[in-house]
Design a protein around this ligand. Structure first.
Ligand code: PAF
Length: 286
């Protein structure tokens, strides 16, 4: 595995690889790798001749009161994971290398962000779309891999790829869960042992809401309230949002049919956890 930190050097490498007609699978990450990342890397390894992973904690996607400084980092361990998952190139630039000066042009995401995490994290998806635009130009991937846990991010990247005509295939990979259903996340490390016990409530509440919808519950406001009450009754978590929307457009549900996303964000002490379930509803009149 080769570690590259210079953006231009990475671009030269991928230009050469594409000239040699090799397929490139790209897994963009912010490091502190867990099973969810391994699932992305495994899929990339299976489907491409070359696998490139980036590890870069992107300041542009953190708000002023968010956890940029304290975002967990462990490059030595991540390097080991990358070797185990047979990554060919590990791109690990510094902030100065990625942003030598303030950007004069950035990407602004206009749709699919006025809900879920986009609402409570203004500017977050602009930062994600901007860094991904840079990374896509550097890596020139054939396929790019994202976890469905960040479903809104997948929806935004889908828009970015379509709107800017990136010749890239987007692959979304199923969420990897702990035994009690908690989605694997770098932020889980911040949970106290008690909060960790309680955090299974996210998946439990999403599953409950899905079961109610399948049974025909059509009062979405009532259902959301019941489930939010349940989370706050059974845990110390504070619900940031609990939403039921169409997928991937992330619009209000008018008819209980087609692809639906139920998504939640819950703040536990120092950790803000997100999770979602995406599923198809049979045609049920509301
Ligand atoms: O999902 C992440 O880790 C980040 O948002 C990404 C896609 C690497 C962009 O910085």
């Amino acid at each position: 595995m080769k570690i590259v930190s210079n953006p231009q050097q990475l671009q030269e490498i991928s230009t050469r690889l594409r000239k040699d007609q090799l397929t490139i699978g790209f897994v963009p990450t912010m490091g502190y790798l867990h099973e969810g990342h391994r699932a992305l890397l495994k899929e990339a390894r299976e489907q491409n001749e070359i696998v490139i992973m980036s590890i870069f904690v992107n300041p542009l996607q953190f708000g002023p009161n968010e956890d940029l400084e304290s975002y967990p980092r462990d490059f030595e361990r991540d390097k080991q994971v990358a070797i185990e998952e047979e990554v060919d190139y590990l791109f690990h630039p510094t902030v100065e290398e990625m942003y030598p000066e303030q950007m004069s042009v950035t990407v602004k995401v206009g749709r699919r962000t006025n809900c879920l995490c986009g609402r409570s994290r203004p500017g977050h998806f602009d930062g994600v779309a901007t860094v991904l635009t840079k990374l896509f130009h550097l890596v020139q991937p054939t396929n790019v891999y994202f976890g469905k846990k960040d479903a809104q991010q997948v929806a935004v990247v889908d828009g970015l790829i379509q709107d800017f005509h990136f010749p890239i295939n987007l692959v979304d990979v199923n969420t990897v869960r702990e035994e009690d259903g908690l989605a694997k996340s770098s932020r889980n490390i911040r949970l106290t042992p008690t909060e960790r016990q309680e955090a299974g409530i996210l998946y439990k509440s999403l599953s409950l809401a899905r079961a109610e919808l399948i049974k025909g519950q059509d009062n979405l406001e009532l259902l959301k309230k019941q489930v939010m009450d349940l989370i706050e009754r059974e845990s110390s978590g504070k619900v940031d949002y609990f939403e039921i929307l169409t997928y991937p457009r992330l619009e209000m549900v008018k008819e209980l049919t087609g692809e639906i996303i139920i998504a939640t964000a819950v703040q536990f002490g120092k950790a803000r956890l997100i999770d979602n379930i995406i599923f198809e509803l049979e045609n049920t009149p509301r």
